[in-house]
Design a protein around this ligand. Structure first.
Ligand SMILES: Nc1ncnc2c1ncn2[C@@H]1O[C@H](COP(=O)(O)OP(=O)(O)OP(=O)(O)O)[C@@H](O)[C@H]1O
Ligand SMILES: [Mg+2]
Length: 257
């Protein structure tokens, strides 16, 4: 049936993992906390990942970001092995091609909003001024334009998270990974952040993988992946979102999550 498949499915994935394992010491034994994970994410796809606490979601996200190396298997970003090369080469790929959003924002307290957002450019040895138009449009897109001279402590949690999204996008990475970015936000601020991520996906063509415990957040995605005991459950995956929250809850109940 391959020849009948639409052209878009033959586009190479932005992110691919093949048979990824990560072992960790537990009671003196090496136990897999990520088991044989194979996945493919297309350009501009907004995928979410759900699973019980301790199921390996953060560990997997760190592997996919090249922040950690698989014990076995491969992670490919645009076909390039993230585990290959020396630490410097990997750091460069992470800096330039992957945005990462954390639950606790990780903004630098002594830098202004604008300085925080442009920090990845300075780290990459570029002059932020050369990218002023891009920075301006990101700050506008994320609705923090009016706060650019403020310090993080002068912002609400939702605003801080929107600043951290702008920072993750300033180098125009093809891939954005987010680990529970709404975990510390009010319900309304969390909803706004998810809506912004959807917009980013559509406008910038960024591929997003977002870890969440919140069925409403997951429902906003194009696809929901489920992880249990370190293994993906491809049979349970939901495709063709956005979804109804009730359908997400139903699938979670079926999986006992
Ligand atoms: N640095 C570490 N050393 C040893 N074991 C670890 C370490 N980090 C995580 N683990 C273990 O690996 C497993 C997966 O942890 P992980 O943080 O990936 O889970 P998670 O799905 O993100 O959970 P949560 O939803 O609570 O954030 C857990 O059993 C955890 O105890
Ligand atoms: Mg986690």
């Amino acid at each position: 049936m391959d020849e009948a498949a639409p052209a878009v499915t033959s586009e190479p994935p932005v992110l691919e993992s093949r048979g990824v394992f990560r072992f960790r010491a537990h009671d003196g034994q090496q136990m897999p906390v990520v088991r044989d994970v194979s996945l493919r994410l297309r350009r501009g796809e907004f995928a979410t990942l759900m699973g019980p606490s301790g199921s390996g979601k953060s560990t997997l996200l760190h592997l996919l970001a090249g922040l950690d190396r698989p014990s076995a298997g491969l992670v490919l970003l645009d076909g390039v092995d993230l585990g290959g090369g020396d630490e410097e080469a990997r750091a460069r790929i992470r800096r330039e091609r992957i945005g990462f959003i954390f639950q606790f924002f990780h903004l630098l307290p002594d830098l202004t909003v604008e300085e925080n957002v442009t920090l990845p450019l300075r780290i990459a040895g570029e002059r932020p001024r050369r990218h002023q138009a891009r920075t301006d449009s990101l700050l506008r897109l994320l609705g923090v334009d009016g706060h650019r001279k403020k310090l993080p402590a002068q912002l609400s949690g939702g605003e801080m998270q929107r600043v951290s999204i702008a920072r993750a996008l300033v180098t125009q990475p093809p891939l954005l990974l987010a680990d529970e970015p709404t975990g510390n936000l009010s319900s309304k601020a969390g909803e706004d952040v998810i809506a912004l991520l959807r917009e980013v996906c559509g406008k910038l063509g960024t591929t997003i993988l977002l870890v969440t415990h919140n069925p409403r957040d997951a429902a906003a995605g194009d696809r929901i992946l489920f992880l249990r005991d370190g293994a993906l459950r491809p049979d349970a995956e939901l495709q063709g979102g956005p979804f109804r929250v009730a359908d997400v809850l139903h699938r979670l109940a079926e999986l006992g999550i």
